[in-house]
Design a binder for this molecule. Sequence first.
Ligand SMILES: [Fe+2]
Length: 145
Amino acid sequence: MESILNNLNNFLSDLNVFYRKLQNYHWNIKGKDFFVVHPKLEEYYTEVNTQIDEIAEHILALCGQPLGTLKDYLNITKITEAENKKVDSTLVYNELIKDYSTLLEDVKNIKNVADKEGEHKTSAMMDDIIDDYSLKIWMLKQSLE
Ligand SMILES: [Fe+2]
């Protein structure tokens, strides 16, 4: 169980830093496709915010302690923060493909560990997230074609 909880907290840390990055891009996106990308980023960070709460409360349901400080998240995360500057959609799409791939690895890893330990609820929770991230990565790649 310790390994599942650690992996869930790693995922929680990545999600929290990713949330901040998505909103930073939402604020700083510029270019002709602003009216498409600006609301899409809001849709993404709103979903991530819901996942943050679900993962933290799932950790609690497993009698673990969810990490709740920015210091913890920044120490642990594999997501690179955005800078405080204007960005265009090509940069954003490339970064999001990379970050959703990182998150997808997190989630697949959690599922593997959960399956080994017979933690069915955790394993099942990861299925929807794997589908969601896989679809997003495909769509983001299509946007760059
Ligand atoms: Fe906004």
